[in-house]
Every structure is written in structure tokens, then in C-alpha cells.
Design a protein around this ligand. Structure first.
Ligand code: ZN
Length: 456
């Protein structure tokens, strides 16, 4: 359709992206509600009817939505055509930027850090092109102030937005333009940057250069360990380098090499975290254990897989009261390994998931839930009587939670879709009527599974 302000975006999806329980009022700036309804347009196709309904000032303002050429979504005040910031957090950051004086370098640094945060927020609120252009401005500003670590951190965030948009070439170019600051640099930012750069190169097919970069980083962190110069700020830097090597070698189908690297990553992290436990540290160990287990499984050493995962559950259970979320994570990583490897479902899986569900099922006041909870239901659904038979109730519960999260905008579509697809496949064999109603409710959110399209 010509002159389509939504550029082909499904209006139900667009409505869901824009609907917002807390938006700055265009008149008084106070928190207001942005309501979005679908009404028939001039040619019968649905169009969005958007209003900011403010209780502090009592005014309703009509708004319009547009999808720009680069697919960013903007909302405008209908009467003036002025673009309006509808995200409360971005609105606040913009105010802080306006208030900051940039006469000295301290003020300039502060603005750059605020703009970096704003760029992150823009990406999260479906304005990726604006996020990239602001991110690049921040990078240039940081380079000018010789804050190379800051520039590399921002470059990683901006490259991630570019990759999400499918613009891998631009992401690679961005890494290339800053790599001079990472060479020979062993700061945590430089190491993280080099590893991220290596993965971007690998995805583009340059396996030689990516392997060289990762191996160099591994050597550098080995040297740091023997010199005693591992930074306080990131004790796990060596484990991260080995984990990256393990992932890379696994992608190159070097099973033995990958297992060896993952073992190093796991042992190094276990050693550090046992001395300085933290939630993030324990979760990193859990992840290394799962990846090591998977590489051992692929190399036909299943016994080692089970042992490694058992160890990480044991380590986290010692800190169950202080870091309950790390303990749940350990149990879920073990379940993920069982699911990914297609191993037989062990008898303890059900008990593991019962425990995670009872720990996470606390019900927050705002109706939100721990993002790990639907996963626990999903993994528990694998513990039916027969491993081919999933438990429909647990699948349904996982689906229901994620569906609510997506409707209310705190769970991304990409988390719901794979679970919804499996649930619909399950229903198609067991409950046709329920299948139809699930497809209908998904369609009302603008989500269509497979080729079957439902037109409400
Ligand atoms: Zn108002």
C-alpha cells in the first residue's frame, strides 16, 4: 500500500508496542497513560487510535504513530505533528542531558554517559536507527576525550543493535574502526571488545582472523594469571576468554578442542567464585558447566557432563539463602542441558523443577514474574510418564505466563514464539479446540505461527 504510515507493520503488533501504562503527558509532562485502540480506517483496514489520557492535568491528547523508513517507531502529537517521547525513562534522561553544563570535560563526560544510556533505551523501545546514530556520536565523543574503554563499551552495545537489525556488515565495520584501541590492551573492556569482534568476524565467515584474535586473548589472560595481574574489576576475564575459544572451536566442529577449552573456562571460574562468591559469578560458573557438559556429551563422555552439572548445583546450593536466583539458575542450566542434548529425562528433573517453581512462584505485586519461572514449567513438562509425552498443563502454564508478559510488554516476542509453537504443536495432536483459541489470541497480538494465518 502506498503512503502506508505503518510501512507494512502489523497494526496489532504496532498497537502493542506503543500502548504504555506510563508515558509523559505532552501537556504537563506528568505520568499519563497511552491508550491504543484499533478502529476501521478510511479504506476499511484497521488504524490506530492513540490517546494520552492524563489524570494530573485532566487533558486527553490525540496522538498518531508512524513507522519511519529505517523502521523506527515514532509517536507524534496529532494537532502539531511534533514527535513526542513516550518512554518515561528516555524522557527523564533527555531532561538530565538538557540540565548538564558541558563547558568542561567533566560535564562532557557526564553527557556522553547519559547519551549512552539513552541509546540503550532507544534500542529497547523500538528505535534502533536512532539508537545506532546516538551510539556512534557517543563513541566519537569518547575517543575525542581519550576514553577508549568507554568507546569500546559503547561500540559493543551499538554493534549488538546493528546485528539485531541484521546489519552485520555495519557491525563489523564498527569493530574494525576501533580495533586499534584494543590491540595490546588488557583492560576488561578491551578483552570483551576483542572477543565480541572475533565472534562478529566468525559470523561473517572469517574464521582465521577470529580464531587468531581469541587465541591471542587466551594467551594474554594466561600471562595475566601467571603475573598476578588479573584485574580486580573482572576476575573472570580468563574464564571468558577460554569460554569464547570453546564456543568457537565447537562451531568449527573441533569437539576435543572445544571440550578442553570449556574445561579450562569452568575450572578457572569455579576457582575464583569459590573464593569470592557473587550471584553473577555463580551464574557464570553454571553457564560454563552447561557448556562443558554439552561439549563432553558431544565427545561421548556423558558421565563427565552429569558430574560437572552436579558440581555446579552443589556449589550453588551452599549459597541458596544468599543467592537463591543462582541456585535456581543451576537447576535450570542442568535442565537445559538435558533438553538440548536430548538425553533421557533423569528422575531428579521433576523434583528440581518443583523446587524452582516453588522458589520463584512468589507472585509480585504488579503481576510480573521472574523470567525464569516459565522456563521451569516448560522443563517440567518434559517429565511426563513417557519422554515423548509432554505434560500439557505445564506447557500451558509456561505459555500463559509468557503470553501475559508479551501482552504487557515486559517479555520479548522472541521468548514466547518457540514455546507457543511447541504448545500449538502439542495441542494440534491433543486438543484441536484449544489450539484454535490459542492461535486466535496470538493473532490478536499480531503473532502468527507457521503459515496458517488467522484473520480476526
Ligand atoms: Zn498532563
Amino acid at each position: 500500500m502506498e503512503n502506508d504510515p505503518y510501512r507494512g507493520t502489523n497494526p496489532w503488533s504496532l498497537a502493542r508496542y506503543i500502548r504504555n501504562p506510563e508515558c509523559p503527558c505532552p501537556i504537563c509532562g506528568g505520568p499519563t497513560r497511552l491508550t491504543v485502540d484499533l478502529v476501521p480506517g478510511p479504506d476499511g483496514d484497521p488504524v490506530l487510535s492513540i490517546f494520552s489520557r492524563c489524570s494530573p492535568c485532566g487533558k486527553d491528547t490525540e496522538m498518531t504513530a508512524e513507522v519511519l523508513e529505517d523502521m523506527d517507531i515514532v509517536v507524534k502529537v496529532a494537532s502539531t505533528g511534533e514527535v513526542h517521547e513516550t518512554d518515561m525513562e528516555s524522557y527523564g534522561i533527555r531532561k538530565d542531558i538538557e540540565k548538564t553544563c558541558t563547558d568542561d570535560s567533566e560535564g562532557k563526560r557526564k553527557v556522553l554517559s547519559l547519551e549512552g544510556r539513552l541509546a540503550g533505551r532507544l534500542a529497547e523501545t523500538r528505535r534502533p536507527a536512532a539508537a545506532v546514530s546516538l551510539g556512534k556520536k557517543v563513541i566519537d565523543g569518547m575517543v575525542a576525550l581519550e576514553d577508549y574503554d568507554g568507546a569500546m563499551d559503547q561500540a559493543m552495545a551499538t554493534a549488538a543493535v546493528l546485528s539485531d537489525k541484521g546489519d552485520y556488515e555495519a557491525a563489523l565495520e564498527l569493530y574494525g574502526s576501533l580495533k586499534q584501541y584494543a590491540e595490546g590492551n588488557v583492560s576488561p573492556s578491551a578483552i570483551a571488545f576483542t572477543l565480541a569482534h572475533a565472534f562478529a568476524l566468525f559470523s561473517s565467515g572469517d574464521t582465521k582472523e577470529s580464531t587468531r584474535l581469541v587465541r591471542e586473548t587466551v594467551t594474554a589472560t594466561d600471562r595475566m594469571k601467571s603475573n598476578g595481574t588479573i584485574p580486580e574489576k573482572d576476575r573472570l576475564v580468563r574464564s571468558r576468554a577460554y569460554e569464547a575459544l570453546g564456543v568457537l572451536l565447537s562451531a568449527k566442529n573441533d569437539k576435543a578442542g572445544s571440550m578442553k577449552a570449556m574445561k579450562k573456562a569452568l575450572e578457572d571460574s569455579q576457582d575464583i567464585v569459590s573464593k569470592e562468591p557473587s550471584e553473577d559469578g555463580l551464574k557464570w560458573v553454571n553457564r560454563c558447566a552447561r557448556e562443558y557438559a554439552f561439549s563432553a556429551f558431544q565427545a561421548d563422555m556423558k558421565k563427565r557432563s552429569v558430574e560437572a552439572l552436579k558440581d555446579s548445583v552443589k556449589q550453588c546450593s551452599r549459597f541458596k539463602d544468599t543467592y537463591p536466583s543462582a541456585y535456581c539458575d543451576a537447576l535450570l542450566q542442568r535442565a537445559m542441558y538435558i533438553s538440548d542434548s536430548g538425553s533421557d529425562v533423569p528422575p531428579y528433573l521433576r523434583g528440581d523443577m518443583d523446587e524452582v517453581i516453588s522458589m520463584l512462584n512468589t507472585g509480585k505485586d504488579d503481576g510480573r514474574f521472574d523470567p525464569l519461572l516459565p522456563l521451569a514449567y516448560f522443563y517440567r513438562s518434559m517429565t511426563g510418564m513417557d519422554k515423548e509425552i509432554l505434560d500439557g498443563n505445564d506447557m500451558g502454564k509456561a505459555y500463559e505466563l509468557l503470553f501475559r508478559g508479551v501482552s504487557e510488554g515486559f517479555v520479548p516476542d522472541s521468548t514466547l514464539i518457540p514455546i507457543a509453537s511447541q504448545y500449538v504443536t502439542y495441542l494440534s495432536k491433543n486438543d484441536k479446540e484449544k489450539e484454535e483459541s490459542v492461535r486466535k489470541e496470538l493473532a490478536a497480538l499480531g503473532l502468527f505461527l507457521g503459515s496458517a494465518r488467522y484473520k480476526p
